[in-house]
Design a protein around this ligand. Structure first.
Ligand code: AR6
Length: 181
């Protein structure tokens, strides 16, 4: 199984094939990690996002699209649209967050990426409780890797935590998974 690593830091600085952005359904840019990624990547990425929206319409929650990464050290950005906790509620939010991780891994694998780094989707402005999002992120990635072993280019998956709380709960979720398997 590909190693699953947890680090604390700024996802825009990472030299990996794919970074995963916590986007919105109109791919219009925004605050949080989305704002940081677009600021560092430069205007070409936003232009690509506009082209995708013009062609395909707005992105469904849980889905992911790929663009180039502009001035970032990464090769591609996967933009995924996380659930809004207050709007979708606990059960649908859990399913939709699972879909975000799965569709991002599918997209990264499709373009032939060998490494991918995730931001903690929906755990900022979108209000998904971090302690509930962490085990979903970890178990979804672990399950996807098990199911796609031998069939994917992906070798390294990193969960990037910006804040201390996510770093704590995501490391805890990885430890819990290790003790269960
Ligand atoms: N590197 C890694 N993680 C980061 C960084 C960074 N540079 N900056 C923030 N985070 P959020 P959401 C973490 O709000 O909840 C945007 O406006 C942060 O600590 O960025 O999915 C979009 O346009 C948090 O844990 O994304 C959407 O409208 C995590 O990123 C909306 O916010 C996600 O927080 C999406 O909300």
């Amino acid at each position: 199984m590909a190693p699953l690593e947890v680090i604390q830091g700024d996802i825009t600085t990472l030299t990996v094939d794919v970074i995963v952005n916590a986007a919105n359904s109109s791919l219009a840019g925004g605050g949080g990690v989305d704002g940081a990624i677009h600021a560092a990547a430069g205007p070409t990425v936003l232009e690509e996002c506009r082209g995708i929206i013009d062609q395909e319409g707005s992105c469904a929650t849980g889905s992911s699209v790929v663009t180039s990464a502009g001035k970032l050290p990464a090769k591609w950005i996967v933009h995924t649209v996380g659930p809004i906790w207050e709007r979708h509620g606990p059960a649908d939010s859990a399913t939709l967050l699972t879909n975000c991780y799965t569709s991002s891994l599918d997209a990264a694998s499709y373009v032939g990426a060998t490494s991918i780094a995730f931001s903690a989707i929906s755990t900022g402005v979108y209000g998904f409780p971090k302690e509930l999002a962490a085990p979903i992120a970890v178990s979804t990635v672990a399950t996807w890797l098990q199911e796609n072993l031998g069939d994917t280019t992906l070798q390294d998956v990193t969960l990037v935590c910006f804040d201390d709380d996510n770093f704590r709960v995501i490391r805890q979720a990885v430890n819990d998974l290790k003790h269960r398997t």
